[in-house]
Design a protein around this ligand. Structure first.
Ligand SMILES: NC(=O)c1ccc[n+]([C@@H]2O[C@H](COP(=O)([O-])OP(=O)(O)OC[C@H]3O[C@@H](n4cnc5c(N)ncnc54)[C@H](OP(=O)(O)O)[C@@H]3O)[C@@H](O)[C@H]2O)c1
Length: 250
């Protein structure tokens, strides 16, 4: 058996996903999901493969598209699959004044990428995870959620609704998969990295003020929590806040 656990990470090639990949690559072989093949993905995989031959492969899929998800699951290949990290997400403001058809379509798009895709892939990949659990005594899913799974982010209503559903998905799948030795947990970050285009510095002070620690986090903080949950053999159905204590601030 390959000594390195096989891990699929969605949205793995940029920003927080790339940091999760960097931290896991030390002792995992990686399937790096990206929406499209792009230079960042190629560069990351090349760096990993230079360190350890054939330790990283890129898989592309639009997660909002069911046939593309089916192809992604098929591209993962044969069992076992030890760990899946659902990191990719759709993130954008809501326009509550848009025409009804538009705002309804917008909520459906959030649910499709942030909830249905996770549900669909977790169930499609279940046999591969079960095989890993049989072989090594453990397999795991980690879903990256958000502090705003617990309370709404004003202006991002559809996103917040989809994140709250993601929290229940973690608990429901933890119950459903537990007897097969597959653990399912979540990580709920506070602010760790500004959306592309946001002005760092101008905006940092606001979320930092709401934390107990007085500063925002980093992608490495999220990756560290993923590593913990990947190896925490008696932890399932939990969502770990990684928010500097911001969720304690009502
Ligand atoms: N950044 C933060 O401070 C923060 C705070 C709380 C929670 N989080 C959560 O942590 C995770 C990582 O954060 P991030 O800021 O790095 O996320 P991000 O940049 O907004 O998105 C991560 C990845 O998701 C992929 N993605 C989005 N829609 C997709 C789709 N329809 N099909 C396939 N891939 C899709 C993107 O691919 P492309 O690059 O190809 O578009 C991107 O690589 C996310 O789940 C996010 O919600 C982040």
């Amino acid at each position: 058996m390959n000594p390195f656990p096989r891990t699929l990470i969605t949205g793995a090639t940029r920003r927080v996903g790339a940091e999760i990949a960097r931290q896991l690559h030390a002792d995992h072989d990686l399937l790096l999901h990206a929406r499209h093949a792009h230079a960042d993905a190629e560069a990351l995989a090349a760096r990993f493969n230079a360190t350890r031959a054939r330790s990283a492969r890129i898989l592309c899929a639009e997660l909002g598209d069911e046939p593309a998800r089916a192809q992604l699951a098929a591209d993962v290949g044969a069992a076992p699959l030890d760990l899946v990290v659902f990191n990719a997400s759709r993130y954008a403001p809501s326009d509550l004044t848009a025409a009804p058809a538009m705002r309804n379509a917008e909520l459906r798009a959030f649910l499709e990428v942030n909830v249905v895709a996770t549900w669909d892939l977790a169930l499609r990949l279940r046999p591969l995870l079960t095989a890993a659990a049989r072989a090594r005594g453990d397999a795991a899913i980690v879903v990256i959620l958000d502090l705003y799974a617990q309370r709404p982010l004003p202006g991002y209503e559809a996103y917040s609704i989809s994140r709250a559903a993601g929290g229940m998905l973690v608990q429901a799948l933890a119950r459903a998969f537990g007897s097969e030795g597959i653990r399912v947990n979540g990580v709920a970050p506070g602010t760790v990295l500004w959306a592309a285009g946001a002005q760092r510095g101008e905006t940092d002070a606001v979320p930092a003020r709401g934390t107990a620690l007085g500063h925002i986090g980093s992608p490495a903080d999220v990756a560290q929590a993923v590593r913990y949950l990947a190896g925490a053999r008696y932890v399932t159905g939990s969502v770990l806040p990684v928010d500097g204590g911001r969720s304690t601030h009502v």
